[in-house]
Design a protein around this ligand. Structure first.
Ligand code: ZN
Ligand code: ZN
Length: 117
C-alpha cells in the first residue's frame, strides 16, 4: 500500500455488491452525465460512476449512494480524478469531489424531485 500523502486514488472501482436501491440510484446518477463536463457547460456527457472514498469518516463504508458521474477522461484520464489524485484534481479544476457530489445531489433533486440524504 502506498501512503495516502500522495493523494493518489486506487484504480477505478470494480463492480461491488449493490442493493436494488443503490442500483436504481446509480443508474439515475449515470443519466446525469459527467459532472466536470457539466461545469464546463456540456450536459449529458456519457458517464461512468466514481465512488469518492476520501473524507467519508473512519469506519464508514464507501456508499453507492455517494457516487459521482464522470466521463472516461474526467474519471480515469490525465485530467481525471484518478489521473490527478485527490490533491492534483482540485488544483487543476478549482473544485473537488465534495463539490461534484453536491452538484450531483442537486441535479438529482431536479431530475426526480426526490429527497436525497
Ligand atoms: Zn467529463
Ligand atoms: Zn473512480
Amino acid at each position: 500500500m502506498r501512503g495516502s500523502d500522495t493523494g493518489r486514488l486506487p484504480p477505478p472501482e470494480e463492480e461491488e455488491m449493490t442493493t436494488k436501491d443503490e442500483q436504481r440510484h446509480m443508474s439515475l446518477v449515470a443519466e446525469l452525465g459527467c459532472a466536470v463536463c457539466r461545469r464546463m457547460g456540456y450536459e449529458g456527457t456519457p458517464a461512468e460512476l466514481h465512488h469518492p472514498r476520501a473524507g467519508t469518516g473512519a469506519g464508514r463504508r464507501a456508499s453507492h449512494m455517494d457516487v459521482i458521474p464522470l466521463c472516461p477522461e474526467h474519471h480515469r484520464g490525465k485530467t481525471g480524478v484518478h489521473g490527478l489524485g485527490t490533491k492534483g484534481f482540485p488544483k487543476h479544476w478549482g473544485y473537488g469531489e465534495a463539490e461534484l457530489l453536491e452538484d450531483t445531489r442537486a441535479e438529482l433533486k431536479k431530475l426526480i424531485g426526490l429527497r436525497i440524504r
